[in-house]
Design a protein around this ligand. Structure first.
Ligand SMILES: Cc1ncc(COP(=O)(O)O)c(C=O)c1O
Length: 464
């Protein structure tokens, strides 16, 4: 979020408000300029701690895909390693070793290896957004290099995406001057991605087609195998080499465990790179992502910087320099601790909770899911019939109980469909799900009662 300077009048008005009289603070600390004096650590802690009570409870945050609960042992490891800067590879060689092992594990999970000699190719990032930028740059550079070698124009690169693309790709296209070509979503097609429409948008300037394994809007697994088949035919016919990048921010940590047979990854010919969020279903606290390539030939050498000022030669491909190392350590902990069976168990139980909620919503006859084929623990649903209130009112009502359930509209061409979305994560069990359902039903009942006589002023007794 971008911030503006806070106006001086507001700063002045706050200067003399007394708070913490009994704790050594006789007046409010300045909030928007640096205080002249120091205070005791306990006082500073208490002040910051108390202010944060106003934040929502992250365990009730069903909006986020990002981990809100981690095991005490993972927390302990993170506490012990908060001081490790991921970039200091020479100073913290073992942290670097764990990152290397994680990329090897992910390469294996995503079936990058075609022979025993092949090396893993990937890096950790601060999240999927940074990973998307890195993979996107590699594809732009590869496309440009080929065009230059052919003596062709390189001024108009484009990228083909579904309309339900996550904002990181809009950013990528704007920041790196790429035309975004969008396949519209449609009700007639049950809000599903149409691979054949994506191919129609391709041409000689297409740097890649994006496939999404677990969309942000509905959780859909786009049919990446179909996309690969169609792109193979198209590339053969035209002589182009348009690759697929898979945004597997969520699904990349689910499909390998719940649907190992599903073809979406490096087993497909044109899937050249994948981004995945360690801090989503990789079960690591924020922020960690991974950018992975099928092999080293897809990573342009010009994008790799070799630095020696920390000692040794260190090849890096990253947008930033310093970054915490504890998330990578925590990712490795999860791999060792959970293994294949453990990840499968966690994701299966989250998926079961999501399916339980889905079934109850259908039974209530008030809501309907947006897509039927729910493959990751995400439920996007809408009001079944038109009412005098909207999903936004329901979202507000749920907030009274602390639940954070976002309401939003589907993307371009389907903006008239407003939905609610619940992401089930580790720590959200059947008991909490039952409470959420109760509050959801109560919210609808209250709204129905309130809207019976729309002329009466609405007084909400709960908050009076
Ligand atoms: C499909 C998809 N791609 C990319 C992102 C961005 O991920 P991150 O928050 O790890 O940067 C998200 C975030 O929700 C997402 O759902």
């Amino acid at each position: 979020m971008l911030h503006k300077r806070v106006h001086q009048d507001i700063i002045k008005a706050q200067e003399n408000d007394p708070v913490y009289g009994g704790r050594g603070l006789s007046h409010q600390a300045p909030k928007f300029n640096i205080p002249a004096q120091e205070i005791k650590p306990q006082d500073a802690y208490q002040m910051v701690h108390d202010e944060l009570m106003l934040d929502g409870n992250s365990r009730l945050n069903l909006a986020t895909f990002v981990t809100t609960w981690i095991e005490p042992e993972a927390k302990q490891l993170m506490d012990e390693t908060f001081d490790k800067n991921m970039i200091d590879k020479d100073e913290y060689p073992q942290t670097a070793e764990l990152e290397m092992r994680c990329t090897n594990i992910l390469s294996d999970l995503f079936h990058a290896y075609t022979d025993d000699e092949q090396e893993a190719c990937g890096c950790s990032t601060i999240g999927s957004s940074e990973a998307a930028m890195l993979a996107g740059m590699a594809m732009k550079w590869n496309w440009r290099k080929k065009r230059k070698a052919q003596g062709k124009d390189t001024s108009q690169p484009n990228m083909v995406v579904g309309a339900d693309v996550q904002v990181c790709w809009d950013k990528f296209c704007v920041y790196w001057d790429i035309e975004m070509r969008t396949v519209l979503m449609s009700k007639e097609n049950n809000y599903q991605f149409q691979a054949e429409k994506a191919i129609e948008l391709c041409d000689e300037n297409t740097i890649c087609v994006l496939g999404i394994l677990g969309t942000t809007y509905t959780g859909e697994y786009q049919d990446i195998q179909a996309l690969d088949t169609l792109l193979n035919i198209y590339n053969k016919k035209t002589g182009y080499d348009i690759p697929i990048h898979v945004d597997a921010a969520s699904g990349g940590f689910i499909a390998p465990f719940l649907e190992p047979e599903l073809l979406w990854d490096f087993r497909l010919k044109w899937v050249h790179s994948i981004n995945v969020s360690g801090h989503k279903f990789g079960l690591v606290a924020p922020g960690l992502g991974w950018a992975m390539w099928k092999d080293w030939s897809l990573l342009p050498e010009e994008l790799i910087f070799h630095v020696n000022y920390l000692g040794g030669d260190m090849p890096t491909f990253a947008l930033n320099f310093s970054r915490p190392g504890s998330q990578v350590i925590s990712q490795y902990y999860n791999f060792v601790r959970l293994g294949f069976e453990g990840y499968k168990k966690v994701h299966k139980s989250c998926l079961n909770v999501a399916l339980f909620i889905r079934d109850e919503l259908i039974k209530s006859d008030l809501f309907e899911p947006i897509i039927n084929n729910i493959r990751m623990p995400l439920l996007a649903f809408k009001l079944k019939d038109k009412k005098d209130f909207s999903v936004y009112h329901i979202s507000d009502k749920l907030r009274y109980h602390g639940w954070q359930v976002p309401a939003y509209t589907l993307p371009q061409n389907c903006e008239d469909v407003a939905i609610l979305r619940i992401v089930v994560k580790e720590g959200f069990d059947y008991d909490l799900a039952t409470l959420l359902l109760r509050h959801l039903n109560e919210a609808v009942e209250e709204l129905e009662t309130q809207t019976k006589d729309t002329h009466k002023p609405q007084i909400n007794t709960k908050i009076c």
